[in-house]
Design a binder for this molecule. Structure first.
Ligand code: KIV
Ligand code: ZN
Length: 526
């Protein structure tokens, strides 16, 4: 089932981009998203033009069920929407639940999986090979009773007995699976070996050639996820499963932006490309880090802060003379803002709306009102407002909507020889509440004042701060992870005042915790 694209000199094979940021990515600690956040991310993934969004694991919790269903209803029905997929174990009840969530999408997909390695069969499932084979076939048949688009994955494929795994795969294609996804669940594979395995699977399944799409799903435990996925493509895989910023179980999944840009930049080598709108990559990456409160490491390929920064004199000299000397991609290719001065204190609502539109943030109505207010506040404090600032404040505002508590006022006293203290006023349901606190430092004091108002005690597990742009008046972006009575939640906030940014980040974590409630997920061995 290879799809050829383009009428150019050489027709390109198309690689299907299956994004699992909202499922595999979301299930790792510190990255959980509530339904509203998943929806926002899903809308952006649709703009990015991925082919499939795996929106959740509906049986794992009521909240994940609802989130998957809302993504199917609200994103999966847009014109040209991606397929919306839900994950399910091979149990028939799991599949029923998964279908209930994805059935609203124009293109629903059920993804069912079971482990096929002896290690998993013996210690986790306590089932025989024959039992697992039978359950797989029944699951695929059951799913096909609901929809055409059924995917099957043999979990821990890289450590599964090859012949047995292929028996299961053949039986699943016979039963109607249209995508066969080969996961390197534990990130154990090495590129050449993995490529050979992918080639051998097609050889074993050759009587079914054309009846299924072969997919790869690689984890990054040995840092090989992207390399393994690309060797998969070189050996005939035509779907890759990946996540924005490479988030996912343990060391993460293959990173979407790296895969897409490798295929795009080196299509001469791979002879394959994707449908992804690469200019949306940077915005998608930033939105994810705003929602989850986790910054991207500066040297991260494609989307890291330094990915396009040439520091060494000899490099700078080369780039000034001719960009081709050191640049294999252009920042514009991934929609990275130019960081030039864009707006100032006197700029109006129209100018802001137009600039945001250029940045791909098409806001109107209440969203634009909130963005405009945030922009004016920022322009009062900071003379020059850059593209990066706009992206930071708009995504910050978007993730603060529906906030239970909002920051109204913050006053901090701190300095050498003074016990740091803070007074905070928060708004909740139209009422204002004020209290104060002292602490080891100004941030600690501000958070203590917030705790005094809310009556909740969060323990700061992680705190990171960075400047959104250069300059002394740069907007500070703070990312936190807070433990509220055993529930770990992330939050992010930005302001030119880093204490305020810290209070905002803490509040955004608190609000997320309050909105989503206690959430327990049955990982189901995924
Ligand atoms: O890593 C894995 O094996 C998975 C499967 C559910 C595809 O995430
Ligand atoms: Zn996985």
């Amino acid at each position: 089932m290879r799809e050829k694209e383009g009428q150019g000199e050489k027709a390109m094979d198309r690689v299907i981009i299956f994004d699992t940021t909202l499922r595999d990515g979301e299930q790792s600690p510190g990255f959980s998203m509530n339904a509203m956040e998943k929806l926002e991310m899903a809308r952006q993934l649709a703009r990015l033009n991925v082919d499939v969004i795996e929106a959740g694991f509906p049986i794992s919790s009521e909240e994940d069920f609802e989130a998957t269903r809302e993504v199917a209803k609200q994103v999966g029905t847009l014109a040209g929407a991606p397929a919306i997929c839900g994950l399910s174990r091979v149990g028939l009840g799991d599949i029923d639940r998964c279908w209930e969530a994805v059935k609203y999408a124009t293109k629903p997909r059920i993804h069912t999986f079971v482990a096929t390695s002896d290690i998993h069969l013996k210690y986790k499932l306590r089932k025989s090979r024959a039992e697992v084979l039978k359950a797989s076939v029944e699951a695929v048949r059951h799913a096909r009773g609901y929809c055409q688009d059924v995917e099957f994955s043999p979990e821990d494929a890289s450590r599964s007995d090859f012949d047995y795994m292929c028996d299961v795969l053949e039986a699943c294609v016979d039963a109607g699976a249209r995508t066969i996804n080969i996961p390197d669940t534990v990130g154990y594979a090495i590129p050449r070996e993995w490529g050979e395995r992918i080639a051998r699977i097609q050889e074993r399944l050759k009587r079914h050639a054309g009846a299924y799409v072969l997919s790869v799903h690689c984890h990054n435990d040995l840092g090989q996820a992207v390399a393994n996925s690309l060797t998969g493509v070189m050996n005939g895989a035509r779907q890759v499963e990946c996540t924005i910023n490479g988030i996912g179980e343990r060391a993460g999944n293959a990173s979407l932006e790296e895969l897409v840009m490798a295929l795009h930049t080196r299509k001469d080598y791979f002879g394959a490309d994707t449908r992804v709108k690469t200019e949306e990559i940077f915005r998608t990456s930033r939105l994810l880090s705003h929602i989850t409160g986790v910054h991207v490491q500066p040297n991260k390929a494609i989307v890291g802060e330094n990915a396009f920064a040439h520091e060494a004199g000899i490099h700078q000299d080369g780039v000034l003379k001719e960009k081709l000397t050191y640049e294999i991609m252009k920042p514009e290719d991934i929609g990275r803002p130019s960081n030039k001065l864009v707006l100032g204190k006197h700029s109006g609502r129209h100018a802001l709306a137009a600039r945001l539109k250029d940045l791909g943030l098409d806001l109107a109505g209440g969203d634009l009102d909130r963005a405009f207010k945030a922009f004016k506040d920022l322009a009062d404090r900071k003379k020059e407002v850059y593209d990066e600032d706009l992206i930071a404040i708009v995504t910050d505002e978007a993730t603060q909507t529906d906030a239970v508590y909002q920051l109204e006022y913050l006053h901090v006293i701190s300095g050498t020889g003074v016990i740091p203290s803070a007074t905070v006023k928060l708004k909740k349901d139209g009422e204002s509440y004020q209290d104060s606190g002292v602490g080891d430092g100004p941030v600690d004091a501000a958070l203590a004042a917030i705790d005094a108002i809310t009556g909740l005690k969060g323990r700061l597990q992680d705190y990171a701060i960075r400047a959104a742009t250069s300059g002394k008046d740069a907007l500070g972006e703070v990312a936190v992870k807070v433990d509220f009575d055993g529930t770990l939640v992330s939050g992010k906030g930005s302001s030119t005042d880093v204490i305020e940014a810290s209070a905002r980040a803490y509040l955004s974590a608190l609000n997320r915790m309050l909105r989503s409630g206690q959430r327990t997920k049955d990982a189901g061995g995924v």
